[in-house]
Design a protein around this ligand. Structure first.
Ligand code: UTP
Length: 299
């Protein structure tokens, strides 16, 4: 039985240039969908999958993330004094116990592979999860929880994957499947952002991974080759392990929103607002109004 996954890396060191000017002074991962920052959704997924140690790979301008996962002494005391139990719970009840969060800095945003490599000494010799905050998932069960179950059966590397329209393959890492039973896909190859005519499938890698520590050897080599200049891709390091480590994809069939882009972020806000019972009727009425006000373009 493979070793259970207890540690997760949250790479939050990117510049988030697609959200400038907002990301000039605040982390992209703190952008809010309805009433929670993106990073909170990723954190919830990790918790649901049994993660106990949360490793954030941060950069400059990211201290709002540290404050978010800390006590907010003044706020808590004020809410207590005013007997606002529900608000107090919303602000604090999910904060993990002291000592379960670790922060390290990427120093230079040299890509996702580099961000993961920065956590190598904290992870040590154990399998671990990676969760990107800018992919939001709406489904009955958290994707990482399903991935952890399949990992317990198969071991190796396990990637969350999802079908995309063929014309969009150049936005994603795309896998080359060896076998596919609908839910679990054995992976024999992967390429980063292929042109639709060159893509080996239309199955994309999502922002959730379970990885073996052997990946750090491959990332080490890539970091040495890059001389601190080139972006280090996580996909390439996973691809380099395919011959030695069995790698499976777990197909996500719920709704997925790319919150790294402005339109994906807008869609996520609408979709998540519709999931909140006390917001649903208002949100629908608002959308009907927008549609009728913009009738000529909406059709
Ligand atoms: P993106 O590819 O969306 O890059 O990163 P970005 O810099 O955040 O955003 P844009 O493209 O400039 O708008 C995907 C995830 O990987 C992290 C990001 O913080 C984000 O959560 N990342 C990316 C790092 O941690 N370090 C990096 O060097 C690059």
């Amino acid at each position: 039985m493979p070793k259970p996954i207890k540690k997760a890396i949250f790479p939050v060191g990117g510049l988030g240039t697609r959200f400038l000017p907002a990301t000039k002074s605040m982390p992209k991962e703190m952008l809010t969908v309805v009433d929670k920052p993106l990073i909170h959704y990723a954190f919830d997924q990790a918790r649901a999958a049994g993660i106990e140690e949360f490793i954030f790979v941060t950069g400059r301008n990211k201290s709002a993330i540290e404050d978010y996962f800390d006590c907010a002494y003044e706020l808590e005391e004020t809410l207590k004094a005013r007997d606002k139990k529900e608000l107090l719970a919303r602000a604090t009840e999910w904060v993990p116990p002291a000592g379960s969060i670790v922060y390290t800095r990427q120093m230079e945003p040299l890509g996702l592979g580099h961000a993961v490599w920065c956590a190598r000494h904290i992870i040590g010799d154990e399998p671990f999860a990676v969760l990107l905050a800018d992919e939001l998932f709406l489904s009955e069960r958290p994707l990482l929880q399903e991935m952890a179950e399949i990992y317990a059966e198969k071991g190796g590397n396990v990637l969350g994957v999802a079908d995309v329209a063929r014309e969009h393959t150049s936005n994603y890492g795309i896998i080359d499947p060896e076998s596919d039973n609908g839910k679990i896909i054995k992976i024999k190859g992967m390429v980063e952002k292929p042109h639709p005519s060159k893509a080996p499938s239309n199955i994309s890698i999502t922002g959730q991974y379970i990885l073996q520590p052997e990946i750090f050897g491959h990332l080490d080599e890539a970091v040495k080759r890059g001389h601190g200049k080139a972006e280090i891709q996580l996909t390439n390091a996973i691809a380099a392990m395919l011959k030695t480590i069995p790698t499976h994809g777990v197909r996500f069939t719920g709704r997925r929103y790319d919150c790294g882009s402005r339109s994906g972020f807008l869609q996520a806000n609408i979709a998540f607002a519709l999931e909140v019972p006390e917001m649903r009727a208002d949100a629908l009425a608002m959308m009907r109004r927008f549609l009728s006000d913009n009738d000529d373009e909406a059709m």
